[in-house]
Design a protein around this ligand. Structure first.
Ligand code: AMP
Length: 194
């Protein structure tokens, strides 16, 4: 299996690149943010709970997020691999993912981390907020909290994969195609079974 963690702060371009990687490598795309947003639209219990955290730019509690992610993986038992986008976002989540995948005789192949400056992130998110319809993209205070949550709680997840020699930093500035080429090269060069 090819299991990729697509990593990076909000606005780094994870969603855009995940959509392209999924096509190229025939993977299942699991974006925890997208799944929460679908639940909010459907007014499910999970959606109502997640919304109260997302509106402020805070993380949804680990217990809820991990359970949801695991059930999404289980729904795709014939997948050749996954792109995890927006997950794991805490050390707890990375540990849980490792144990869960081990139970399925597989593991994360590589973490690809998109590197983009904070100034550029804020610019991109405000621009996206004009047409994405996402409340958390439209408010500068919420954007700034999301970046701060990333720095305080999520950035450390990179260490977890660095320690396993699975971390690849990718320059996230350039055209969509340029960044896609960098990601594809990193996958092809990382000794992973495609
Ligand atoms: P995203 O679409 O990845 O930017 O996520 C939007 C929001 O969903 C985040 O600001 C969090 O509130 C929530 N969220 C998404 N993924 C996670 C996760 N792995 N852990 C906790 N909260 C998450």
């Amino acid at each position: 299996m090819l299991n990729i963690v697509l990593f990076g702060p909000p606005g780094a371009g994870k969603g855009t690149q995940a959509a392209k990687l999924v096509d190229k490598y025939n993977l299942v795309h699991l974006s925890t943010g997208d799944i929460f947003r679908e639940n909010i639209k459907g007014k499910t219990e999970l959606g109502i709970l997640a919304k109260s955290y997302m509106d402020d730019g805070n993380l949804v509690p680990d217990e809820v997020t991990i359970k949801m992610l695991e059930s999404e993986v289980d729904k795709n038992s014939s997948a050749k691999g996954f792109i995890f986008d927006g997950f794991p976002r805490t050390t707890n989540q990375s540990e849980a993912l490792e144990v869960f995948l081990e139970g399925k005789n597989t593991s994360i192949s590589v973490m690809l981390a998109l590197d983009v400056s904070e100034q550029e992130l804020i610019k991109r998110l405000l621009l996206r907020g004009k047409h994405s319809g996402r409340a958390d993209d439209a408010n500068e205070e919420v954007i700034s909290n999301r970046i701060s949550v990333y720095n305080k709680q999520t950035a450390v997840v990179a260490d977890f994969y660095t320690n396993q020699n699975k971390f690849e930093k990718i320059d996230g500035i350039g055209s969509v195609e340029e960044i896609f080429d960098r990601l594809s090269n990193a996958i092809n060069n990382h000794n992973v079974t495609v």
